[in-house]
Design a protein around this ligand. Structure first.
Ligand code: 6R9
Length: 669
């Protein structure tokens, strides 16, 4: 006993002095040059502490150092979370495209900015900073000449490609906001987003190419704009050589760009002018157009990109998310370009032409940081290790995961097989609303522990908190609750387009004084965070957010349907899949199988393919409370086959409804 105690003490004191040596040899100014001016900060832990207790000082120093300003800001921040007022770097003027392009063109014009990994492996296209600036300026001039003004919002419906990035940056150059809509969304979903954003200009491509298939994107835009009187012009870039029908409204983008000047005066934008809208699902049927502004967003994207992934100059960054999602915005486009990095735009799928695609690409492009979604990792691990081992992935240094919880099996495989046990896996938690990564295992000491499946530690300046049902702070560890962010940060969304009240109600009012994320989390004994999932009616299919109400809205539009309830249930590849309970009107006279197919088609057509229910169960009635609310928790338990966990059914209006549903579910299985 005595011996054990002594040896433990000896070990502890040895490791203390070893740590002292480490922290003495750690050069904080090399790690973060701004920190040289932070009093008493000599290691990462102190830097983290400083970023919270001297938040304004921290963000001001970083903003001055990392961004190129046209004129300096006078106020670091003016935020009141309880009232939904969020302002950063007021008084400052800058241009985001200058920060992403011009300043790197001055120092290294021939450096590769984008590697466009096209659908066909081996056909990648490299675009230098000089070339990307040229494209952006020509397009900026074209937009200006065709009447797009500062403050307008341009909708972009394109797959990941250099012209899509140039479109985003051209908007930023002339002070227009962009609204990128994921090119997998249907015409109806696109139209809804164009209308809400009031865009008069849409940018698209003639066709997309993905997984060896051609996708008629221009046709989808044609259908969408029929229902959008605001649209005056559609710019069409040529992704394939196949001509498409062009109307008076359509503009041949590349041809017109050739006629434009390659110099485009950047607009001087206020820090708080809108940079982009990005629509995401909430718990009602109507998607929310989250608004991000110029300086704060860019600063947060570039800082998280550099520190979470330990991105170094010269590295090739491979984020395989589509540019239609926030991950593509922050980590395929804005973060890497603001850092002067080389970033990959991935057009294909993880299994095209075979399940070795990612790793063959890592080898061919010499990717150093790979950032992807758990759903793809779960899919690939099923195909076996040999698809990874065929390729040389030794360039990899960091592996990132985003979009949904990563289960231990997928995490271990990613770490052991893809990363060869050498690369830290950073499970990054964040949202469209947060603009950039909020909780992740890094930055921290390179040898600091990483627990599989845990997002772990807050980023600089971030203060996650857990609250109880009444909104009281849960201060101890080993506890779970709704996850809130207690301190404003520059990257956060400022509002919901045209609906600030909804912004306040969704994020600011549930727990006054805090930003409510909609997720639940667990804080471990050691103080590490693990995300447990959504607390609202949002489900996560293959890392894509979907509101159950959005799907119900579509299903309920079918004349045969009386009402419906949609829930998410766990799926071993997609994370969650969609399950719809549908009550039909009397005497429909159509076989259920046909109706089931019809409803699936309706959802694909109205939203997107990934929103399609995997299971549709027709029921006589839904379980409801006496006040008429659908008891989704009961439906979830039935689908999870956890009949013992149905919980309190005393408020249930008609207990027979549950029995019927249980029986129907068993028949379906
Ligand atoms: C970046 C992004 C956000 C929602 C978020 C949460 C889930 C994202 C996660 C994660 C567990 C992670 N989510 N990252 N859950 N672990 N590492 O995905 O943005 O599309 O807005 O989705 O995704 O539920 O609230 P977005």
């Amino acid at each position: 006993m005595w011996l054990r105690c002594t040896s433990k003490c000896v070990f502890a004191s040895l490791s203390r002095s070893y740590n002292n040596v480490l922290s003495r040899s750690f050069n904080i100014a090399a790690f973060m040059p701004e920190a040289a001016g932070f009093e008493g900060v000599s290691d990462r832990a102190a830097l983290q502490e400083f970023s919270l207790s001297n938040s304004d000082h921290f963000w001001a120093a970083v903003a001055r150092h990392r961004l190129t300003w046209i004129s300096p800001f006078h106020t670091v921040q003016d935020c009141d979370l309880s009232r939904g007022r969020i302002k950063w770097f007021e008084g400052g003027k800058l241009n985001v495209s200058v920060n992403c392009l011009d300043r790197h063109v001055h120092t290294c014009p021939e450096k590769v900015a984008l590697i466009w990994e096209r659908d066909e492996p081996g056909s990648e296209v490299k675009v230098t900073y000089r070339q990307l600036l040229d494209m952006t300026c020509r397009l900026g001039n074209l937009l200006r000449r065709r009447g797009v003004k500062k403050g307008d919002c341009v909708t972009i419906y394109m797959p990941p490609c250099p012209l899509a990035v140039a479109s985003m940056l051209a908007c930023a150059r002339i002070g227009a906001a962009h609204n990128v809509v994921f090119a997998g969304f249907s015409a109806e979903a696109l139209a809804e987003r164009i209308r809400d954003a009031q865009s008069s200009t849409v940018i698209t491509v003639n066709q997309g190419v993905r997984g060896g298939r051609v996708i008629e994107l221009k046709k989808t835009v044609d259908t969408a704009v029929e229902g959008c009187p605001s649209v005056k012009q559609v710019f069409v870039a040529m992704r394939t050589e196949n001509p498409v029908v062009m109307t008076d409204r359509d503009v041949s983008m590349e041809e017109e760009m050739k006629l434009e000047d390659a110099v485009c005066e950047p607009a001087a934008m206020d820090s708080e002018d809108v940079l982009f809208l990005l629509y995401t699902s909430g718990s009602t049927g109507k998607p929310k157009g989250l608004v991000h502004t110029q300086a704060g967003y860019l600063l947060y994207a570039l800082l998280t990109h550099r520190y979470v992934f330990s991105y170094h100059d010269g590295d090739v960054f491979g984020c395989v998310a589509d540019i239609g999602w926030i991950t593509g915005h922050s980590y395929s486009v804005y973060g890497p370009l603001a850092n002067g990095g080389t970033t990959v735009l991935f057009e294909s799928t993880p299994v095209y032409p075979n399940p070795g695609r990612y790793w063959e690409m890592v080898q061919r492009l010499r990717i150093n940081q790979f950032y992807g979604a758990p759903t793809a990792i779960r899919l690939l691990l099923k195909y076996g290790d040999h698809w990874v081992h065929k390729y040389d992935c030794s360039t990899l240094k960091t592996l990132g995961s985003v979009g949904e919880p990563i289960n231990t099996e997928a995490w271990e495989w990613y770490h052991r097989v893809v990363g060869d046990g050498r690369c830290p896996v950073v499970d990054t938690w964040w949202q469209t609303e947060t603009g950039g990564i909020c909780i992740a295992p890094r930055p921290s000491d390179p040898d600091a522990e990483i627990v599989p499946g845990m997002a772990m530690r807050p980023f600089f300046g971030m203060k996650p908190v857990l609250v109880d049902g009444e909104g009281k702070l849960l201060t101890s560890n080993n506890t779970s609750g709704p996850l809130c962010l207690a301190q404003p940060w520059p990257g956060m969304a400022r509002t919901i387009h045209n609906n600030h009240q909804r912004f306040i109600e969704t994020y600011c009012q549930p727990y006054p004084g805090y930003f409510f994320t909609g997720d639940g989390a667990h804080r471990s004994e050691e103080g590490y965070y693990q995300i447990t999932g959504r607390l609202d009616d949002v489900i996560n299919v293959s890392g894509h957010r979907l509101g159950t109400a959005e799907i119900e809205d579509v299903v309920n539009h079918c004349p045969a349907v009386a009402e419906s309830a949609v829930i998410g249930y766990s799926h071993d590849v997609k994370g969650q899949a969609v399950y719809a309970f549908v009550v039909l009107k009397k005497e429909v006279g159509v076989p259920e199988e046909d109706l089931s197919q019809l409803l699936k088609d309706m959802v694909s057509k109205s939203i997107a393919k990934y929103a399609c229910p995997d299971q549709i169960q027709f029921v006589q009635r839904l379980p409801k409370t006496r006040s008429g609310k659908i008891m989704r928790r009961v439906l979830r338990k039935v689908v999870e086959q956890d009949l013992g966990g149905l919980g309190d059914l005393s408020t249930l209006d008609d207990p027979a409804a549950v029995q019927e549903i249980v029986q129907g579910h068993q028949d379906l299985c």
